[in-house]
Design a protein around this ligand. Structure first.
Ligand code: SF4
Length: 371
C-alpha cells in the first residue's frame, strides 16, 4: 500500500525543488531551521547536499532536551534520590548531564527510582499503584508536548491525586527566535519554523516577529518535499525583499492552531522567564503552572531540594553547544565531535537527544540517501 507520505518523499519532486532553488537564488542567504527534527530530516535525506552554494543553512535551538538547563537536571536528580519519590520523564532526559556531569541514569544506577514514560498520561497510573510514594513528572519540551503535560496536571487536579506533582521545564519557541534575532552576532535572514509547533499554536505568534525583524518565516513539515518547498518559499521572499509568515504545512497546521490545546495550555500554564541551556534567559520563554495548578508544583512541594536558582550552566569545557544551538557553529567545529563526544559518551545535550544537531551530524554525515 502506498504511504500517505509518499508524495512528500518523491525523488523527482525533491530534485525539481532543488533545481528551482539553484535557478532562483542570486546572492548569499542564511536560513535557520528552528527545529531539531528538521535538522535531522535535512541530514538524514542528504538534502543539505542538494542546496546551492549561495544558501547557508544553519541549525537552531529547537531541541527540547538540548535547551533544558543543567540546573533543572540537577533539581530532577536531587528529587530522584529522595527515598519516598519516583521520578518519571522521557527517555532522552535520563542521559543529559547536569552541572557536575552526572545524569539521571547515574542516580538510577545508584538506586534511585527513575522511570521512563512514553506519555505523561502514564504517570497517574504509577501514582495510583504506588500510594505510599510521591511521584514527580519531569516535564520538558516545546508547545508540542505542553498540551499533554497540561492534561496530566488537569487530571491530577480534578482527581485530587495527592501523591503526584510536576517539575515543569517547558519552553516556548517564539521568544527564542526573537532572542536569536536581537543577538549582535545574529546571522539569520530567514526561518523555517516547525510545523508541529504551529499545528498546536498556529502561526499568529510569528507575525510580529516577521514584521519587527523583517525576516521571512516559513512553516514547514519534516519530509524532504516539505523542507525544500519551505526553503524555496523563504528564498523567494528574500530575493523579493519581502518578509511575511507563510504556511507551507497547510495539510496539518493552520493560522489558529488547535483551539482545544491552546485553551488547555492557557488554563494550566502561565508564561515565565526561563533559562535556556547555553543560551541564557529569555523573557516569557517558559511555562510554569498557574494557580490553582501550582499546588502540583514539585519545586513547591519539595522546597528543600531546590538547587541554587539560576545557577549558570557549566558543560564540559570542550562543549560549544551554546554556539551550536544559536547557529553560530556547526557540530563539526567542536574539537570533541566524534572523538571524546559520541552518542555512547555525550559531553553535551546536542549529542544526547534524538533531535540534537550533534547527534544528527554524527549519525548522518557521509551517509546520504535521497530517496
Ligand atoms: S559534539 Fe559534543 S561536546 Fe561538541 S558541541 Fe556537540 S555535544 Fe558539545
Amino acid at each position: 500500500m502506498r504511504s500517505l507520505l509518499a508524495p512528500y518523499r518523491q525523488a523527482s519532486t525533491v530534485h525539481r525543488l532543488a533545481e528551482a532553488l539553484k535557478r532562483e537564488i542570486t546572492r548569499p542567504w542564511t536560513v535557520m531551521e528552528v527545529c531539531g527534527g528538521q535538522t535531522h530530516a535535512f541530514l538524514r535525506h542528504g538534502l543539505d547536499q542538494l542546496l546551492p552554494a549561495e544558501l547557508s543553512l544553519i541549525h537552531g535551538p529547537g531541541c527540547p532536551v538540548c535547551v533544558t538547563p543543567a540546573a533543572s537536571i540537577d533539581l530532577a536528580m536531587a528529587l530522584a534520590v529522595r527515598p519516598e519519590l519516583i521520578l518519571c520523564s522521557y527517555g532522552d532526559m535520563l542521559r543529559v548531564p547536569g552541572s557536575g556531569g552526572r545524569t539521571l541514569l547515574d542516580v538510577r544506577a545508584a538506586g534511585a527510582d527513575v522511570r521512563v514514560v512514553a506519555s505523561p498520561l502514564d504517570v497517574p497510573l504509577i501514582a495510583r499503584s504506588h500510594p505510599g510514594h510521591q511521584v514527580v513528572f519531569f516535564a520538558v519540551g516545546f508547545e508540542t508536548t505542553a498540551p499533554a503535560t497540561a492534561l496530566l496536571a488537569d487530571q491530577a487536579w480534578q482527581s485530587k491525586l495527592g501523591n503526584l506533582s510536576l517539575l515543569v521545564c517547558h519552553v516556548r519557541v517564539p521568544p527564542a527566535m526573537e532572542a536569536l534575532l536581537t543577538a549582535p552576532e545574529c546571522r539569520v535572514q530567514g526561518f523555517l519554523a516547525a510545523g508541529h509547533v504551529c499545528t498546536v499554536m498556529g502561526t499568529d505568534e510569528y507575525e510580529p516577529i516577521a514584521a519587527r525583524h523583517r525576516v521571512p518565516i516559513v512553516v514547514t513539515g519534516f519530509e524532504p518535499v516539505d523542507l525544500l518547498d519551505g526553503l524555496l518559499r523563504c528564498v523567494r521572499q528574500l530575493e523579493q525583499g519581502v518578509h511575511r509568515v507563510e504556511n507551507a504545512y497547510g495539510r496539518v497546521g493552520s493560522q489558529a492552531g488547535n483551539a482545544s490545546a491552546r485553551m488547555l495550555i492557557e488554563r494550566v500554564f502561565q508564561r515565565v522567564d526561563r533559562q535556556w541551556r547555553g543560551l541564557g534567559s529569555f523573557p516569557a520563554s517558559g511555562l510554569c503552572l498557574r494557580p490553582p495548578y501550582d499546588a502540583l508544583d514539585a519545586e513547591r512541594r519539595f522546597p528543600q531540594t531546590a538547587p541554587t536558582p539560576d545557577r549558570p550552566d557549566s558543560p564540559s569545557s570542550a562543549c560549544i553547544s551554546g554556539a551550536v544551538l544559536q547557529g553560530l557553529a556547526r557540530p563539526t567545529d567542536c574539537t570533541a565531535f566524534r572523538g571524546r563526544c559520541r552518542p555512547e559518551h555525550p559531553l553535551g545535550a546536542p549529542m544526547v537527544s534524538a533531535e540534537g544537531a550533534c547527534a544528527a551530524y554524527f549519525r548522518y554525515q557521509g551517509d546520504h540517501h535521497v530517496q
